[in-house]
Every structure is written in C-alpha cells, then in structure tokens.
Ligand binder design. Structure first.
Ligand code: NAD
Length: 327
C-alpha cells in the first residue's frame, strides 16, 4: 500500500468542532484527511476537498492507517455529549481512553510533527464550581484532581498521557481545555446536544408552534460561559502552532446564567416564554467560567465573539432545522 501524505489529520472530523476546523484548514490551503467512526451521511459537514474516511480510531490498526502520512494531528474524536449524556454514560465516556491512547501511539510511530488534543473544562475539580458567582477556573485548579466523574477523568488522564508522550518520546503535543463550544452545524437534538443548542431548539419550537411554555433544566441560575465555534477553531490553530506545551483554557469569559441564555434566545426569536423548572434534571456544576489570564498573557488573545452574535447565528441555523424536521 502506498502512503498518502497530508498536512493535517482531523480525528473525529465528522463531528461539530472537527467539521468547522476542516473547513478552516482547507481555507488555509492545507491538505486534510478526515476520519470519523460515523458513516459520512451522519457527519455534520463533509468537505469534498478533503480525504474523507470512516474508521474506528479506538482500534490501533485504524488509528495507524489514519495517522500514517499526516504531518499534524488534531485529535477531537470522543464519545461525548452535553450534561444529560455525560452524567448518564460514564463508562462510554471513559472508553474514549482507547481512542486517545491509540492515536498517541500511532502519532509517535509515524513521527507526527504536531499533535493537538482537545481536553475540557470538565477536568476541573468540582469544589471550585459549587457557587453560581464563580471564581473563574484557572489552569492550576485542575489539581489536586477531582474532575467530572467519567468524562472528566478520561480527559485529565489523556492530558497527562499526552504530556508524558512529549517528555518521554518527544511527540510535540499541545492541549487546550475547551469551555462549552457552540455554533451552527452541530448536535441540536437527540440527547447529546449542549445547552446553547437545546435552548435554541426549545425557543424555536415555541416560536414555530405558538405554544410558549418552556421547561428548563434546574433552577436556571446555574452559570456558564459559551465560546463561539469560530473562536474555538482559531484558538486550536494558534495553540497547535505555538511552543506552549501545558494545558491551557480555551473558552469565553462572558458569564451568563441559563435563564439569561434563554432570554437571549427569546430576544432573537422575538417572543417571551412561560418558564417551568425541572429541578431533578441533570444540570452539572453550579457555576463555571474560564479564567483567561494565561491565554491573554501567552497569546495576547482570547475568544471574544459576543454571545448575542453567536447565538443569533446558531438560532437561525437551528430554527431552520426544526422547521424542516416538522415538514
Ligand atoms: P462531536 O461529538 O460532535 O464530535 C466528536 C466526533 O468524534 C464524533 O463525530 C464522533 O463520531 C467521533 N468519534 C467518536 N468516537 C470515535 C472513534 N472511536 N473513532 C473515530 N471517530 C470517533 O463533539 P465536538 O463537540 O465536536 O467535540 C470535539 C472534541 O472536543 C471532543 O473530544 C470533546 O470531548 C471536546 N470538547 C468539546 C466541547 C464542546 O463544548 N463541544 C467542550 C469540551 C471538550
């Protein structure tokens, strides 16, 4: 078999963030290979200019054939979803360790020049996230370790493994801890969707049906920050191309309550809804924000798309999906 060479492999590129990253890499003139476990019919975006392959990267053989000939690897593949998914599927989330491990081994074997790993704010200890008036999470808060059960432990373990592959084997790993990413062309229904997409879907359904009653998970006073996808894609490439080797936050520092997020979507939709609160629904930590001191210091940049702008673009895309789904 002859090896084909590409500038970049996007592992998990049939997913939300991967689909946008592939578009950006292609736009920058790079040759790109995309591998995902899902059939292409289920990818959020299929870019015809990329080499698009289906493969299960939890298997070493598939990880190796995907990685061979790639100069850079962007490792985004993971079995994941929003809080409703990760709280109820801890074993599945932890099984991503097979994908994470085999991708690192394959990258080492084929002398990949740069290896980006997508970690998460779920690595941070819950004790720092019990108050809606949060102290923003700084990188050092990950230790002593008590991450989100299941998903967060896998992320923290893999961060650690990526560090040791760099220190012991010389593989140039780079790591970002994403804080809630949102935008068009992602999961918007089915149980794996994150808060911004779920909020847009519920408000779009209310706008279309005229039934303006909404059910909100928790009391709506839990706080979060949300990063628009364009900022995420820019940050990934900035971090990958840099000499910054420690895990670094990649998130917005614009903090909102979930109630405020609903109000933003209602404002975009031009409706006001009647809210009821499901206090027994999964709601994750009480408060979470990204401390961007380090990214500002190291890169003189931070994600800055205003929530209202990003939500308007996301709402328009989801509104269209809801409308089509209803025929
Ligand atoms: P996503 O679910 O849309 O994309 C992940 C993709 O990986 C999916 O298309 C999935 O089919 C693929 N995949 C899973 N297992 C695979 C396997 N064994 N082989 C090949 N492909 C496999 O998720 P996303 O939102 O695009 O997230 C990308 C990465 O960023 C993930 O690692 C995720 O944990 C991380 N992250 C995302 C967020 C966020 O808010 N979206 C926050 C923190 C971290």
């Amino acid at each position: 078999m002859t090896t084909t060479y590409v500038d970049a492999l996007v592992a998990g590129g049939g997913g939300f963030i991967g689909g946008h990253l592939v578009a950006d890499l292609l736009k920058a003139g790079k040759s790109v290979r995309v591998v995902d476990i899902k059939p292409q019919s289920e990818w959020y975006q299929v870019h015809p200019d990329a080499e698009n392959l289906q493969g299960d990267l939890s298997l070493l053989a598939d990880a190796e054939s995907a990685t061979q000939g790639a100069r850079e690897v962007y490792m985004l593949a993971a079995d994941m979803g929003g809080m409703g998914f990760i709280e109820n599927n801890k074993a599945l989330c932890m099984l991503s360790v097979l994908t994470s491990t085999h991708m690192l081994q394959a990258a080492q074997k084929f002398d990949v020049e740069r290896y980006f790993y997508s970690s998460s704010a779920c690595v941070y200890a819950a004790e720092h996230q019990t108050d809606p008036n949060v102290t923003a999470l700084a990188e050092a808060h990950a230790y002593p370790a008590m991450p989100e059960d299941g998903y967060g432990w896998e992320k923290l373990f893999t961060e650690r493994m990526a560090r040791h592959f760099r220190e012991d084997f010389g593989l140039q790993t780079r790591i970002a801890r994403f804080h809630n990413v949102y935008g068009p062309e992602g999961t918007w229904t089915g149980g794996r969707e994150k808060a911004p997409a779920a909020v847009c879907r519920k408000v779009a359904e209310a706008a279309i049906s005229g039934d303006h009653r909404l059910q909100i998970w928790g009391d709506g006073e839990q706080t979060r920050s949300f990063m628009y996808i364009d900022d995420c894609v820019r940050g990934i490439q900035m971090i990958t191309d840099s000499d910054y080797v420690d895990p670094i936050n990649l998130g917005s520092s614009e903090l909102v309550t979930i109630n405020q997020l609903y109000s933003i979507a209602e404002e975009i939709a031009g409706i006001t809804c009647e809210r009821t609160y499901q206090l027994d629904a999964p709601q994750g930590v009480r408060g979470r924000n990204s401390d961007n001191t380090e990214i500002l210091r190291a890169f003189d940049w931070e994600p800055s798309t205003p929530l209202i702008e990003g939500m308007a673009r996301t709402y328009a895309w989801i509104f269209d999906k809801v409308k089509r789904a209803q025929g």
